[in-house]
Design a protein around this ligand. Structure first.
Ligand SMILES: Cc1ncc(COP(=O)(O)O)c(C=O)c1O
Length: 285
């Protein structure tokens, strides 16, 4: 079976899902998206992802013509019909199809695409490979809290990381403040305190970030939602990234410098353990 999709009210194979070349997502990148991970045949943190999709779309005045309840039903059907046990749900909303003009078109229905991508192998914490990172200037726009489909700076930075033999680029602003990765949020243990950039326009409020913060808070781990600098990062005893796709991923090496001989360190190991318990409670129960 191919990849199942749902486009503007109709189920189809992903390869058969077509939008016009005048779609504003194609012409302008005028749209938003979100990604949900499927574990054991169930979507993890579904509500949080649906609400973020809605927040992102409203932030750029796209009024998705389906309720979150309707989208939830579509996702349930796609996962069931594709018999997907482990994979992703991709959702993308654009302002719709209209003759090219920068102004918002009137009377146009937004495009909503949802599909399920089966990754074909069971989810497992045993696949964990510590990541090597490079650091790069953050060249993105000022509204990174919106999950826009405009990912050009992220793509260019991640490609640079790949060409340098690394798995992620950690981004920093002109004053040296670390914001996040190209597709992840970043945590560092600085002087015994876990730090991560606070919610702001400079980062995406990651769903995995928020789960990690909850776990650390409940585990009475010293924690501050306080930005750290590139210099702090170079002295951190533990660093890890969080994201839907890569979960809690320990960082081994930054710009060729070892973070610590033991990776994952004790706090990251605790977090991974507790994160998987959460997945199992929510998706296996
Ligand atoms: C720029 C950026 N930051 C952080 C994240 C992590 O967010 P989440 O944990 O919700 O996947 C992502 C995920 O796509 C991202 O693109």
């Amino acid at each position: 079976m191919g990849t199942l999709a749902w486009l503007n009210g109709n189920f189809c194979e992903l390869d058969d899902a077509k939008v016009g070349v005048q779609d504003r997502g194609f012409l302008f990148g005028d749209g938003v998206y979100d990604v949900i991970k499927i574990y054991y045949g169930r979507p993890f943190s579904l509500q949080a992802h649906l609400e973020r999709l809605q927040r992102s779309s409203l932030a750029i005045s796209i009024d998705i013509p389906y309720s979150l309840e309707e989208i939830e039903v579509v996702i349930g059907s796609l996962i069931k019909d594709s018999k997907c046990m482990s994979g992703f749900v991709y959702m993308q909303a654009t302002r719709g199809c209209a003759p090219r003009d920068h102004y918002f078109p009137s009377g146009v229905t937004p495009t909503l695409l949802i599909y399920v991508l089966d990754i074909g192998m069971p989810a497992s914490r045993d696949n964990l490979t510590p990541t090597d990172c490079i650091t790069l200037p953050d060249e993105r726009w000022m509204n990174c809290h919106i999950k826009s489909i405009n990912l050009l700076p992220n793509i260019l930075a991640l490609q640079k990381a790949k060409e340098a033999g690394a798995g992620e680029a950690i981004l920093y602003r002109a004053d040296g403040t670390v914001t996040e990765g190209t597709r992840t949020n970043i945590f560092a243990v600085v002087d015994g305190t876990v730090r991560t950039h606070p919610e702001s326009r400079h980062i995406l409020t990651g769903i995995t970030r928020n789960i990690a913060l909850d776990i650390l808070h409940n585990g009475n781990i010293r924690l501050a939602e306080k930005a750290f600098t590139i210099e702090d990062l170079s002295e951190a005893s533990e660093v890890w990234t969080t994201s839907t796709g890569l979960e809690i991923a320990p960082v081994k090496n930054i710009d060729g410098q070892l973070v610590n001989k033991v990776v994952p360190g004790p706090i990251c190991s605790f977090l991974i353990e507790e994160f998987w318990k959460k997945i199992e409670v929510e998706c296996c129960g």
